[in-house]
Design a binder for this molecule. Structure first.
Ligand code: HEC
Ligand code: HEC
Ligand code: HEC
Length: 179
């Protein structure tokens, strides 16, 4: 019975609130009816289990949405397909930062150089900083998926990380040899 209750609550929680009832919009504002309610606008997009219940990465890949990465028309999107591993201290699985999934929406200047220097490992920060809304937390937990989704960021197991590090070391040694 208890479990059923929890399941029902979870199912209810995945419904979107009406704008007039979300505590953010003024329900007496006559212009409110010009806005689409989230159930109408978001329910047609690929579902996710968390955040605002939309898998935005998939929505973008499917072509369901076509956002602009900046407000200046003449600037072209620059998509960078480069993953960076961020080694966390302690036992948490290593973080893989995918540039591609970010630069499909975001111009480089959203992050470089004020949030992160464009050199792997050059910026020092902790999970606590992120939880306090800095670094990754500037967006995650605010406008992109919530910080409770640990394994979406901490996604690399130690074996895979060792392999990637070995490859990086070999590539660097080869590059140094050529100099
Ligand atoms: C948006 C991405 C993201 C999410 C979500 C996230 N982390 Fe992290 N976390 C990071 C990054 C990046 C670091 C690396 C900081 C560093 O260099 O040590 C980190 C570091 C850590 C560390 C290392 C020690 C420390 O305090 O820095 C622990 C432990 C950790 N995270 C646990 C968690 C747990 C538990 C969750 C879920 C409740 C979580 N993280 C969710 C990105 C994330
Ligand atoms: C959402 C934030 C974000 C955006 C947008 C972003 N980057 Fe990054 N970038 C990062 C993070 C995080 C790192 C890793 C920093 C670290 O390890 O300390 C990084 C690292 C880098 C590095 C260093 C890689 C290495 O191996 O040393 C380069 C180069 C870079 N970015 C270039 C770019 C360019 C060019 C763009 C735009 C096309 C861009 N970035 C957009 C967050 C971002
Ligand atoms: C400037 C805003 C911004 C910052 C800063 C930022 N992200 Fe993101 N991130 C996004 C957006 C927007 C998405 C795509 C929408 C979503 O999934 O919520 C995304 C998606 C992701 C994804 C999902 C990729 C996929 O293919 O599913 C990962 C992993 C991720 N971010 C990790 C990080 C980590 C780690 C950091 C910090 C080192 C970080 N992000 C910093 C905005 C940001």
């Amino acid at each position: 019975m208890g479990l059923l209750c929890v399941l029902t609550l979870t199912a209810l929680a995945s419904n979107w609130q009406k704008l007039a009832e979300d505590g953010l919009h003024d329900p007496t504002n006559p212009a409110l009816k010009l806005l689409q309610d989230p159930t109408e606008s978001l329910s047609v997009l690929p579902p996710d289990s968390t955040g605002n219940k939309v898998d935005w990465i998939r929505a973008l890949q499917n072509g369901d949405i076509k956002p602009r990465s900046n407000i200046l028309e003449q600037l072209e999107d620059e998509i960078l397909d480069l993953d960076v591993l961020i080694m966390a201290a302690g036992s948490a699985p290593i973080v893989r930062f995918p540039h591609k999934a970010h630069t499909e929406w975001l111009d480089c200047s959203n992050c470089h150089e004020h949030l992160f220097k464009s050199k792997a490992g050059a910026t020092q920060f902790t999970m606590l900083d992120i939880l306090q809304g800095e670094y990754c937390g500037t967006c995650h937990g605010a406008v992109s998926f919530p910080l409770t989704e640990c394994n979406r960021c901490h996604s690399v197991d130690p074996d895979e990380a060792n392999r990637i590090q070995r490859e990086m070391a070999t590539a660097k040694a080869e590059a140094d040899d050529k100099q």
